[in-house]
Each structure stands twice: as C-alpha cells, then as structure tokens.
Design a protein around this ligand. Sequence first.
Ligand SMILES: CC(C)(COP(=O)(O)OP(=O)(O)OC[C@H]1O[C@@H](n2cnc3c(N)ncnc32)[C@H](O)[C@@H]1OP(=O)(O)O)[C@@H](O)C(=O)NCCC(=O)NCCS
Length: 186
Amino acid sequence: MNAFRKLFPNEMSRYRAHLLRLESVDRHLRFGGSVSDAVIEQHCLRMDWHDTIVIGYFVDGELRGAAELRTAGDLFPSRGELAFSVERVYQGRGVGSALMGRVLNIARNRGIRQVNLVCLLENRAMQNLAVKFSGARVVDAGEVGVSIRLDRADQISLMTEALEESAALVASMFSGLPFCSGKTVH
Ligand SMILES: CC(C)(COP(=O)(O)OP(=O)(O)OC[C@H]1O[C@@H](n2cnc3c(N)ncnc32)[C@H](O)[C@@H]1OP(=O)(O)O)[C@@H](O)C(=O)NCCC(=O)NCCS
C-alpha cells in the first residue's frame, strides 16, 4: 500500500533510514555534495520539528520518499526552504511531483508566500520538477536557486490538506500498518 502523509517527530529514525538508503549519486544531489552517514545523522538529530515539516511517501509502511519544508523559525514565516529525496527504485513515477504538490499546499496553508530550493546545476530532474510547478530558476556558480511563489490559503487549500491527512489515516487503519509507531526510536 502507498501513502503520503506528514511525519511525526518520533519518526525521525524513519527519515534517517530513508536518507541513508539513498544511492551515493542521489545523496550527492540531495545534499549538494558528498556527505557521510554521520552528516545525515546530524542533519536528522538537529531537525527542529517546530519549524520543519516532512511529508513522506510510504510503501508498505516503509518511507521511500520525502519533501522537507523548513521555515526561518518565525512565528508567522513568509518563506520556506525545500528539499526532496526519492529512493532510486521509485523515481520517475510521479512521486516527486506528488510530494511537491502536497508540500506547496501545506506551505501555503501556513501563510508562506515563497518557497526556495537549491540544487546542483546537473540536477535536471529537480529543475524540471520545479519548473512544472512554476519555479523560477537563477543559476549561480554551479548551483541553481529555484523560487516558487504561493497564493494565499483558501478554503480549498485547507480542505485539501485535511482530506489528504484523513485519507492517509483511514488507509493505514484498513491496511493494519501503523499511522504512527507511538515509539520514539533514535
Ligand atoms: C529530484 C527527484 C526528487 C524527482 O523525483 P521523481 O519522483 O523522480 O519525480 P517525478 O517522477 O515526479 O518527475 C517529476 C519531473 O521531473 C523531471 N524528471 C524526472 N526524472 C528526470 C530525469 N531523469 N531527467 C530529467 N528530468 C527528469 C520530469 O520533468 C518529471 O515530470 P514529467 O514526468 O511530468 O515530465 C528525485 O529524482 C530525487 O530524489 N533525486 C535525488 C535527490 C535530489 O536530487 N534532490 C533534490 C535536491 S533538493
């Protein structure tokens, strides 16, 4: 069973395991350079769940893709930073697009008016994905900065987020897979 939903703070270990499973080329693209397991470990340990939202793509209960949205920590942030990761076997099947649609809607519902991401110049997949969602690209010294403007939240965007989360909950109840493990595992 496949499902998209937000991760809970006590699911950090699932996110870490997903990032560690990325093939070396994808790890390089995700972090903008070669990073060790210890760097990924620190990235996850330092995440502040007050200003970070991770939307996960689950296959049979295993996290296989994620969109990470970080804000500046302001009470009412107007900007956010995005990063994406989809495990190699699941790439090219629309997972990145589905994660992008969801994370933009969630950002919009938090009052965020612009999201940015940075990727390597050679990362055509990420750039094409961003352009699909009206991202504006700026090339600078081997990197590409992409910004996407967001509309204000409305009843439809709020309802969409609520329905998507409810659907994930119902699907997990019927599949017998845990919606949330209820355990903190580090
Ligand atoms: C970038 C990434 C998230 C895309 O995820 P995905 O699930 O493969 O994306 P989708 O299948 O939804 O494809 C989205 C668009 O990307 C483009 N795309 C996908 N794979 C591509 C490839 N190999 N080359 C060029 N463009 C590609 C296409 O335009 C596609 O849209 P279309 O199918 O409507 O034409 C994924 O490749 C990934 O995790 N890469 C490694 C980590 C990374 O690069 N992170 C980004 C840094 S923040």
